[in-house]
Design a protein around this ligand. Structure first.
Ligand SMILES: Cc1cc2nc3c(=O)[nH]c(=O)nc-3n(C[C@H](O)[C@H](O)[C@H](O)COP(=O)(O)OP(=O)(O)OC[C@H]3O[C@@H](n4cnc5c(N)ncnc54)[C@H](O)[C@@H]3O)c2cc1C
Length: 456
């Protein structure tokens, strides 16, 4: 259903709301993932929690649903549902960070980016459990679990949340914590944007002022030996160390540094929470492979957000993902076959993130741990619909090649496809999530990237 012209006046009165045809509508609906075109009934760009509440109230009175979106990094997953009856609530104007250095917490507003939290925390010798990209928002990342380079030491970011403030389906602002709305608080930590528009979060920070972090880089022709060495290395590592291994293909681009432009590479990067001596001992087997570039060194914790070299701004991309139970030589051979040296495909990145450690131990919330030894992620550029379609086949093929070693679970933050969302959770957690959704949002007002219950 789309609102009639008479209907829309109440929506417009609720705040900054743009309708199709309004100047600024295209810009306001453009997500970070530029491969996705979003066509909602309306888009709201609120500047306060009260404005969010007014928009939710006006939208539901019109029979419209509401999709919270902070950046649109996860827009591909949201786009599998129809947005024709949805008010998209973009939160990029509702940002801000307040650090409490004594309690070691940060209070962040709904659309705040990780890079702003990292910058605010670091002068206090504190770090946040951010992911690989500074322009991902705290809200979407934490609501989906949050896998960071501190993950094997500290667990999922969602296990380090003190409170979540959100506008629920009836337009009220609720503060969910261990003491208030405890069921909802449990569901929010992993259950995504299914329960309301998050307008603020209180998260724990960790006392990390500096960290040994960086990358090791080789030409992709070295991938067979480097990948085998990394797999052996990760099999026996302390929880202090969290790394990823990627096959990367860069187009010739004068804006890229020469060691990246036009090159195909294998890159290991991440963080090691050890003193310099122990970190050097841990890195020795990888350094023995004579990387062409080695940037591992002690750096201010704020620098970790740049180590993974994620795109500095919005890009069009399609991806696929699976969780691997193990990474034996046969799995590495299968990966090399589809994505290794000599393979000429539009595959920007084939990535393995090392899991285990605290990520495997039960934390708190609906997603309390990750089941799997490695998370596989494949990404192709998608500047045109034709390239998107090719990229879908290429990334599907990467995941399919490793199917024998997948465990059937999904890290929803890495899932841009239309998947069975239940695979993101243990069976009892999924059943409880469905129940909490039924209680908190009985009419299915919220449209989330990964819907709990039926997708509309
Ligand atoms: C380059 C890149 C690097 C990444 N690196 C990592 C990583 O290292 N670790 C990791 O775990 N993930 C990573 N991700 C995945 C990322 O965490 C998810 O895409 C996440 O959903 C992005 O959150 P967002 O709010 O920025 O995106 P959005 O697309 O805005 O949000 C995704 C979904 O989250 C929910 N949501 C977002 N904001 C709100 C809100 N204020 N209130 C209620 N619901 C909300 C909604 O359901 C929304 O559809 C990466 C993604 C990219 C593209």
């Amino acid at each position: 259903m789309t609102p009639s012209l008479t209907d829309t006046s109440t929506l417009r009165e609720a705040g900054t709301v743009l309708l199709p045809g309004d100047s600024g509508f295209e810009a306001a609906t453009t997500p970070w993932n530029l491969a996705v075109v979003q066509r909602p009934a309306a888009v709201a760009v609120p500047r306060s929690a009260d404005e969010v509440a007014r928009v939710v109230t006006a939208a539901t009175a019109l029979g419209l649903r509401v999709a919270p979106q902070s950046t649109g990094h996860g827009a591909a997953a949201l786009a599998f549902g129809s947005l024709a009856d949805v008010v998209l609530v973009r939160l990029h104007e509702l940002t801000g960070v307040r650090i409490d250095p004594v309690a070691r917490t940060a209070r962040v507003l709904g659309g705040t980016l990780w890079r702003d939290v990292v910058a605010a925390a670091s002068p206090h010798g504190l770090a946040a459990l951010h992911g690989s990209a500074g322009d991902v928002a705290v809200a979407g990342y934490v609501l989906g679990g949050g896998l960071s380079f501190y993950g094997r030491a500290h667990g999922l970011a969602s296990s380090h949340v003190r409170a979540v403030e959100l506008v629920t389906a009836d337009g009220t602002i609720v503060r969910a914590s261990a003491d208030d709305h405890a069921d909802l608080f449990w569901a929010l930590r992993g259950g995504g944007g299914n329960f309301g528009v998050v307008v603020a979060l209180e998260i724990d920070l960790v006392p990390v002022a500096d960290v040994v972090a960086g990358m090791l880089l080789w030409d992709l022709t070295r991938a067979p030996e480097v990948t085998r060495a990394w797999a052996r290395w990760t099999a026996d590592l302390p929880d202090s160390t969290t790394t990823s291994l990627r096959f990367l293909r860069f187009p010739p681009d004068p804006e890229l540094p020469p060691f990246l432009s036009g090159r195909s590479l294998v890159v290991i990067d991440g963080a090691i929470l050890e003193d310099d001596g122990h970190a050097a001992e841990l890195l020795a087997p990888l350094r023995a492979l004579a990387p062409e570039v080695d940037t591992f060194a002690r750096i201010p914790a704020a620098g970790l957000v740049d180590v993974h070299m994620d795109p500095p701004g919005p890009v069009p991309g399609v991806s696929d993902h699976a969780m691997l139970a193990e990474l034996p030589d046969a799995a590495i051979d299968a990966l090399l076959e589809v994505a290794g040296p000599g393979v000429e495909l539009p595959l920007m990145c084939a990535e393995l993130r090392h899991l285990g450690g605290a990520l495997a131990r039960p934390g708190v919330g609906a997603l309390s741990r990750l089941d799997g030894a490695y998370a596989l992620f494949a990404l192709s550029p998608a500047p045109t619909p034709e390239m998107a379609s090719i990229g879908e086949s290429v990334t599907t093929a990467v995941v399919a090649a490793l199917e024998s070693w997948t465990n059937g679970s999904t890290l929803l933050n890495f899932a841009d496809r239309a998947i069975d969302v239940a695979t993101g959770f243990e069976a009892d957690a999924w059943a409880r999530l469905v129940e909490v959704r039924r209680t908190v949002d009985p009419d299915g007002v919220f449209a989330a990237a990964h819907p709990i219950g039926d997708r509309r």
